[in-house]
Design a protein around this ligand. Structure first.
Ligand SMILES: C[S@@+](CC[C@H](N)C(=O)[O-])C[C@H]1O[C@@H](n2cnc3c(N)ncnc32)[C@H](O)[C@@H]1O
Length: 189
């Protein structure tokens, strides 16, 4: 396990079961979406968001080639529309932030929309479920986003959420890292 994405996938393998519902908040080239679709199986559902048509097209192609396209609802929308677009509780929400690899590096996830989506995700996730976020402080804009999401995670109610920050300590602090949130109980009074 060399990187934050691999660590995230390791966790997803433990957490997701056949029939689960899960959100890919940033489908990009569709690697994570395909991984999720395989984990939840034919009876499960993946909701996959992206704001770029190119990303959705690449994801659709990958899913079709793997024969799992019917398990996935592709949404050409920002993940800040999460609660408007997904009307059932889900087991988890996965964010892989930053820019589309092989695409326009000027289109990146933004702290204000990422935080708006995270706020919605905390209500959408069922008890026992999770939010997994891979962050990239090494590119312009990603540093600010990473710091703000970390601050947001630190402020979560500890009675409701267990929040883990996972970083490679023998790499530069700008290396990608994983923030993992596990929902322990419903919202307090
Ligand atoms: C690092 S890539 C995701 C990689 C992807 N999970 C994969 O496996 O290939 C980040 C993606 O977030 C998308 N994005 C940026 N802002 C967004 C938003 N507000 N809502 C949804 N997706 C967004 C970008 O278009 C880009 O495709």
């Amino acid at each position: 396990m060399t990187g934050a994405v691999q660590l995230c996938h390791h966790f997803l393998r433990q957490q997701l079961h056949l029939g689960d519902r899960v959100v890919d908040a940033t489908c990009g080239n569709g690697h994570d979406t395909l991984f999720l679709a395989e984990l939840v199986g034919e009876s499960g559902r993946v909701y996959a968001f992206d704001i770029q048509e190119a990303a959705l097209a690449r994801t659709a192609e990958r899913l079709t080639a793997a024969g799992v396209a019917e398990r996935v609802t592709l949404l050409h929308a920002g993940h800040e529309e999460l609660s408007r677009r997904v009307s059932e509780l889900v087991r988890g929400v996965v964010f892989n932030l930053g820019y589309l690899p092989g695409g326009d590096k000027g289109v990146i996830t933004r702290p204000e929309t990422t935080l708006a989506s995270l706020e919605q995700a905390i209500s959408l996730v069922e008890v026992g479920g999770f939010i997994a976020i891979v962050l990239y402080p090494g590119h312009g804009g990603g540093d600010e986003e990473s710091a703000l999401v970390e601050e947001w995670g630190r402020a979560l109610d500890r009675r409701q959420w267990v929040a883990w920050s996972m970083r490679r300590t023998n790499l530069a602090p700008t290396a990608p890292w994983l923030l993992l949130l596990e929902k322990q109980s419903p919202a307090g009074p």
